[in-house]
Design a protein. Structure first.
Length: 254
């Protein structure tokens, strides 16, 4: 009996080890599916991800080819595309109610700004995320997001100690702006966006709250860059018109 008990105990340990290995091997796919499922519910736009690689022992992760679609009615297909993001996670925290992310570094994302300073694609997505956070339920309504199953949101909270975005570029297609620059397209660099202590010191943030915080920072920085460039372009246009008027006045005076 004692021998059978020992064999049974060893068998259980082996099963646990196998379960851990299987979970670790499939974790990348689970995270990828989670992002592509819950992302559209929050944003009302399509979310696609090429690959995720997670190292449980090292607490590191790589995210490649993240593409955030645009709301219905936009001429451009994507709002944000990220080639590579590096993530550092406290491995032990994965087993707790709050996942602690030590660092996130997003390298050279491409951001599309379509619309005006008062209303644009980024602000629409931000409004969708804000609405999701308030209502607490799925909000997928368009064809791009309808593939997401109406499951409940993940229960774990998140803490992000350091979130850094570097080398970002904005491709702006301006509409509804005067000064002769409406309809103008331009590419602008963004200064680094650095967020710290997100969800720290408490229960943490929901995935919707974290998405809102990051997207809000991106939208604010983008609108500021576009507004600054539009102001400069408008000033140049006005100066050019004034010079033309002065030249015409000189001709009439002759």
């Amino acid at each position: 009996m004692k021998k059978l008990f020992c064999i049974g105990g060893i068998g259980i340990i082996v099963l646990i080890i196998v379960a851990v290995i299987v979970t670790a091997l499939s974790l990348d796919g689970i995270v990828k599916k989670g992002v592509e499922t819950f992302g559209p519910q929050m944003t009302k736009v399509s979310i696609n991800l090429d690959s995720v690689h997670i190292g449980l022992l090292s607490g590191s992760a790589q995210i490649k080819g993240l593409v955030v679609g645009n709301p219905d009615g936009c001429k451009t297909p994507n709002a944000i595309s990220v080639g590579l993001a590096e993530v550092g996670v406290d491995p032990i925290s994965i087993l707790s109610d709050k996942i602690v992310v030590r660092s996130v570094h997003v390298e050279s994302p491409e951001i599309t700004f379509e619309g005006g300073l008062g209303g644009n694609n980024l602000s629409k997505i931000l409004d969708n995320v804000n609405e999701y956070a308030k209502t607490g339920g799925p909000v997928a309504t368009n064809a791009a997001a309808s593939t997401a199953s109406p499951t409940s949101r993940p229960g774990k909270k998140i803490e992000v100690d350091d979130f850094l975005i570097t080398g970002a570029k904005v491709h702006a297609s301006l509409t509804g702006i005067g000064g002769g620059i409406g309809g103008k397209e331009m590419t602008l660099p963004l200064p680094d966006i650095h967020l710290t202590d997100l969800g720290k010191g408490g229960d943490g943030l929901t995935s919707a709250d974290l998405t809102h915080a990051v997207l809000s920072a991106i939208t604010t920085a983008t609108v500021k860059a576009v507004a600054s460039s539009a102001t400069a372009a408008g000033k140049t246009a006005i100066e050019g018109v004034n010079k033309i008027k002065q030249g015409i006045g000189g001709l009439w005076g002759k």
